[in-house]
Design a protein around this ligand. Structure first.
Ligand SMILES: Cc1ncc(COP(=O)(O)O)c(C=O)c1O
Length: 428
């Protein structure tokens, strides 16, 4: 089981057997409201008829096609659509099968870009404490989640450094949206440029909003300052938008929401509404152009996956992006942000709560850990909600995380948060 307490799960299995719209069903026939929209994946709801139909049609038409030196029509159709939605200046994208692969692809593109420019010395990569960039070696190394690194630290890739997290309970607790405190933490990057020399640094990767470590919105002015420092030193800025792309903040990309344009964007999850695994790495034209050198018959990027641009995944992606547009999903998400914020901050006074934070349709309620048993209260909440309140939420240790559907009904959210309160009141 991925990121799961396996032995505990075996004693108390939580297994879905169906899904439709905003609910899961279990084998014993219960209907559970999904307050995490899959795993940040399924903003349109489960089994959206248009996506289901597109996948069924595609699998019966072109189930797979070779992706090296030939390709398929759906992959190019999806690439065009993704680029149409992207911030200005982005002209190309590369398909992967997951967020982790998108991150490792982006890091490799950054290294290759500098090498193509004759700056092969730029090999250092900078991540951030409490960043999550998936589980492959590159993403794990630039990531800043201590438990994920601890067990494997002997094998992390060399030449990686980190700036500090922007989260500080004392200074940011109960912020609504971007905290006013913390812009000074961007100067960590200047410090690292002084230490390693900026000319040796290839790229900085951050999530515009750190998601998996508990919803940590960036301080006001912070992302802007990172962009400035990167420009000064010729460093590529990578936004890991595996969560924030495709409507989570009410915009197609977090870059648009924050009005800060990186050089590379990684995505996955909402690209296909979670229906088929797929990710995409978007690059600015200048990044792409750097690779387009040498004889035309030579491969320019020695990288790729057997399933890059898989036609069935791409068909799911095309249908998903069409639905976002046809149903005005991002505007729906935008209009839900305030009611969602009000519901979350209704827990601010609860005696077990030490922080509430949110931005767009990303939110967290952080519980005080039980003395001597960090994470136990959070896991109990997850289980209690599942079995007694017919509600699916996610806990990262004692941080309850919420990722409502982009097209959720406010009344359903009100009801879900009532159930959550009942569960919170009833546990120790
Ligand atoms: C920001 C970010 N990057 C990368 C990943 C890894 O994605 P995957 O689990 O699809 O490999 C995640 C997953 O949650 C993520 O949130």
């Amino acid at each position: 089981m991925p990121f799961t307490a396996n032995r505990d799960f075996k004693k108390h299995p939580r297994i879905m057997s169906g899904a439709s719209g905003h609910h899961y069903t279990t084998e014993d026939g219960r209907r559970l409201y999904d307050l995490f929209s899959g795993l940040w994946t399924s903003g349109l709801g489960h089994c959206h008829p248009k996506i289901v139909e597109a996948v069924q049609k595609q699998v019966a038409t072109l189930d797979y096609s070779i992706g090296f030196q030939a390709s398929n029509n759906r992959a190019f159709e999806l690439a065009e659509r993704v680029i149409d939605m992207a911030p200005e200046g982005f002209t190309q994208c590369f398909f992967t099968n997951s967020g982790s692969e998108s991150v490792d692809t982006a890091l490799k593109i950054a290294l290759g870009y500098h090498r193509a420019h004759g700056e092969g010395n730029r090999t250092r990569l900078i991540g951030r404490e409490r960043g999550y960039h998936g589980v492959n070696f590159g993403g794990m190394s630039v990531g800043g989640m201590a438990p994920n690194r601890k067990a494997f630290s002997a094998n992390l890739i060399p030449g990686v450094d980190h700036i500090r997290t922007t989260f500080d309970l004392e200074n940011t607790a109960f912020s609504k949206g971007q905290p006013g405190w913390g812009v000074h933490l961007a100067e960590d990057l200047e410090k690292l440029c002084a230490l390693h020399d900026g000319s040796n640094i290839a790229a900085v990767i951050v999530e515009p909003v750190a998601g998996s470590t508990g919803i940590l919105p960036p301080p006001k002015g912070y992302l802007e300052r990172l962009r400035e420092i990167c420009d000064t030193h010729g460093i590529l800025l990578i936004f890991d938008e595996v969560i924030t792309a495709f409507g989570r903040l009410g915009e197609p990309f977090g870059a648009k929401y924050f009005d800060v344009t990186p050089d590379i964007i990684t995505t996955a999850k909402g690209l296909t509404n979670g229906v088929i695994p797929m990710g995409a790495v978007l690059v600015r034209e200048s990044v792409f152009d750097a690779f387009m050198q040498g004889p035309e018959t030579m491969i320019e990027l020695f990288h790729g996956y057997t399933y890059s641009g898989h036609p069935v995944a791409a068909a799911a992606g095309v249908a998903t992006l069409e639905v976002y547009e046809e149903e005005g999903t991002f505007d729906q998400a935008k209009s839900l942000a305030k009611p969602f914020e009000d519901l979350l901050h209704g827990f601010a006074q609860h005696d077990k709560v030490v922080d509430v934070r949110n931005i767009g349709l990303m939110g967290a309620i952080e519980l005080a850990p039980r003395p001597g048993a960090p994470g136990a209260r959070g896991l109990e909440m997850h289980k209690k909600c599942f079995w007694e309140e017919d509600l699916v939420i996610r806990n990262g240790m004692d941080i309850l995380q919420f990722s409502p559907f982009l097209n959720a009904d406010v009344t359903d959210l009100e009801d879900a948060f009532q159930r959550l309160r009942r569960a919170l009141d009833s546990i120790e």
